[in-house]
Design a protein around this ligand. Structure first.
Ligand code: ADP
Ligand code: MG
Length: 595
């Protein structure tokens, strides 16, 4: 059975379900849909983007309260009067209010890293909850009733069976949008957040923007869920928008499979049904009344975190057919390429760069030049300051003193995204990749700056032509570095040496004129090293400039046009490979004075 058929079967089941089950079960399915919508936002935000939020219930509340207020208030203040009465206007206003609030909260909290971010979301989750409960015009803790029935094309959605179709159409629509987004240039940028900000920014991704985007989308999904809830229930009070429910939403996403869109539906379903059963059975079983299900959930969460961190969905997919089309080598029109500077022209000029970390001088008065069409090797013992030099050049760090020019532009003080735009691309000494994404997708992240389609076209799948070209380019680079056979494997399954090679393909996908390679041959076998050297020679022949840090001396000396030697942060020698190898200071540094 193909995945498409499976999906069609699922949608078929959804369509007939309300005709076949009791009123009570329709209500249950309605709630599962509402919860799934919020959990879906969390899949994007937390599961994919790595930003944990406990505060989503507050956005549900914003959606619910906005429409409740606008559609029930007897006399709205004059400036709000035109917005009153219609649930649909309530939806639009709710979305705008939520977007504004989320934008401000996002600006304030998304900069926080580590455990400060979840704590921040708890803080505003609680604040908004108390705001709902304490505002007189929102009915305080008693809430607001008399919210009007939703009507669609003249049909009043008074009973749960009719409402069901609206809820599930929205949920499936949201799944479609989210899947489209994840399967795009913007989606890769979002997924790259988990690989660390440094890597994503070096590939040209504006990580702050990507974070705000997923935060907004998750908040808007929650808002729509709240709007639906208000018109289904026709009554709101603050209880369902508190921190406890915020935690439950996160629980749903994690149990279902936080990194997968369908995990949101599975999680919402499993948790809602389980809760219902436990609420019915536990008190009967224990002969006492109380919220015993909460205890069971707590234990269950610990079990999930220990035994099935990725949630239920990945376990289910093991029994499902894989989509063959995803393994087809993409083909698309070639992307435009930069005009490489003429061979011999200075690409990179580092002038008297000093880099201090507190009292430690990691780079002292370093100068070097890399020209188009040459391989410059930077060598030196461990801790000499080579990676620090790379970071200063590529904008990961900024030099404390001195100047870096790239293609004639001073790049000191620019961030790595701006420098990447100018045509510099790099790999990392400690590989930075997304282990669960395929090699092809990882490499395609490198092409980020060569596409321009944003979030909206991605959501609506209007980016397909550009996407095909980007993936085709990524495929070409994967083939070029000799990883064709692993194109559709998860990058995490490659040997370390191949992961390094994949990073080179990713850097090449950016169409750079200067390539910075930090220990590219480490972990490669002899033949792999030979083909890497061949590739680098070819790139040099095409006019690319290459700055290379490498410990393997045979590799370096056979390939480099010129060599700069560093020790203790300073340049101790520079010249042709032969000269450098005979330089007494270099022999001293490397061999401790043996000659
Ligand atoms: P290499 O790449 O040549 O092995 P590095 O550039 O990684 O050397 O390191 C040079 C020196 O700078 C080392 O002593 C290292 O401990 C120090 N160093 C590097 N990065 C940092 C940092 N972010 N903070 C403090 N010290 C650092
Ligand atoms: Mg290093």
């Amino acid at each position: 059975m193909s995945p498409r058929l499976l999906l069609a079967g699922f949608i078929g089941l959804l369509l007939i379900a309300p005709l076949a089950v009791s009123e009570f079960h329709v209500t249950l399915l309605n709630y599962i849909g509402l919860y799934a919508l919020v959990a879906l936002g969390l899949v994007l935000l937390t599961g994919v983007g790595g930003l944990t939020s406990f505060g989503q219930a507050a956005f549900v509340g914003l959606g619910a309260y906005t429409t409740a207020y606008l559609s029930t208030a007897e006399s709205l203040p004059g400036w709000l009067a035109p917005l009153g009465g219609s649930p649909w206007i309530g939806l639009v206003v709710g979305l705008v209010v939520t977007a504004l609030v989320a934008f401000v909260l996002g600006l304030l909290t998304l900069r926080l890293s580590g455990h400060y971010l979840p704590l921040g979301t708890i803080a505003w989750g609680i604040s908004l909850y108390f705001l709902f409960g304490n505002l007189e015009f929102l009915g305080g803790h008693t809430g607001m009733s008399g919210i009007p029935v939703l009507s669609l094309f003249g049909l009043e959605l008074r009973d749960g069976r009719k409402f069901y179709y609206v809820i599930w159409a929205v949920v499936l629509g949201a799944v479609w949008l989210t899947q489209n987004l994840l399967d795009s240039r913007e989606g890769r940028a979002i997924r790259a957040l988990k690989g660390g900000v440094v890597m994503a920014e070096a590939m040209g991704v504006d990580t702050a923007r990507s974070k705000v985007v997923i935060f907004l989308i998750a908040a808007l999904f929650a808002c729509i869920s709240g709007w639906l809830y208000a018109h289904l229930q026709r009554f709101v009070n603050p209880t369902p928008f508190g921190l406890g429910i915020g935690i439950e939403y996160l629980f749903m996403a994690v149990v279902g499979g936080a990194a997968h869109v369908w995990g949101a539906l599975i999680g919402a379903g499993v948790i809602t049904i389980l809760k219902q059963w436990l609420q019915d059975w536990l008190p009967a079983l224990l002969g006492a009344s109380g919220n015993f299900e909460v205890i069971v959930f707590g234990v269950m969460m610990i079990f999930v975190l220990q035994r099935a961190r990725d949630g239920i969905w990945p376990i289910l997919t093991r029994f499902m057919p894989q989509r063959e089309a995803k393994r087809r080598v993409p083909d698309g029109e070639a992307l435009p390429k930069k005009q490489l500077p003429e061979s011999g022209q200075a690409l990179l000029e580092v002038r008297n760069v000093v880099k201090r970390f507190g009292g430690l001088v990691a780079n002292n008065n370093m100068s070097l030049t890399v020209r188009a069409g040459e391989v410059m090797a930077l060598i030196g013992p461990n801790g000499a300051g080579k990676s620090t030099m790379f970071n200063c050049v590529s904008g990961v760090d900024s030099a404390s003193e001195g100047e870096v020019l790239f293609r004639g532009t001073a790049v000191t003080g620019l961030n790595s995204r701006q420098i990447a735009k100018l045509g510099m691309s790099r790999t990392f000494q400690h590989v930075r990749l997304l282990p669960t994404m395929t090699v092809l997708e990882n490499v395609a992240i490198g092409g980020h700056l060569r596409g321009s389609k944003g979030v909206l076209p991605a959501l609506l799948h209007l980016d397909r032509a550009e996407e095909a070209r980007l993936l085709a380019e990524a495929a070409r680079q994967v083939e070029r570095v000799g990883l064709k056979d692993s194109m559709f494997e998860p990058a995490g399954s490659l040997a370390l040496g191949q992961q390094r090679t994949m990073e080179i393909a990713r850097a090449l996908c950016a169409d750079p004129c200067l390539l910075l390679l930090d220990e590219p041959a480490a972990g490669l076998r002899y033949l792999e090293k030979q083909s890497l050297a061949e590739l680098l020679r070819k790139l040099r022949g095409e006019g690319m400039g290459i700055l290379l840090v490498e410990h393997d001396m045979d590799f370096v000396m056979g390939l480099a046009d010129r060599v700069v030697v560093m020790e203790f942060g300073e340049k101790i020698a520079e010249g042709l490979p032969d000269e450098v190898q005979r330089n007494p200071a270099v022999l001293e540094a490397y061999l401790g004075g043996v000659d």
